[in-house]
Design a protein. Structure first.
Length: 68
């Protein structure tokens, strides 16, 4: 089973079209991965979908999303 980091890295690679080796914990979405605000919103939505379980929707608050 994939770790949380591996699952999130997969979403980032898919959503932003970057290479896996670019996605490291210290990478900046904007500065290092060239994400814009729409990319970030779509990434948050992908994370919510990925981590929702058994019909229970996971929601990332705006406050928490700003920290990502």
């Amino acid at each position: 089973m994939a770790t949380v980091f591996e699952r999130i890295r997969g979403l980032i690679v898919e959503q932003l079209g970057v290479e896996e080796d670019q996605v490291v914990p210290k990478a900046s979405f904007v500065d290092d991965l060239n994400a814009d605000s729409l990319d970030l919103v779509e990434l948050i939505m992908s994370m919510e979908e990925e981590f929702s379980q058994n019909g229970t929707t996971m929601e990332i608050s705006d406050e928490d999303a700003e920290k990502i």
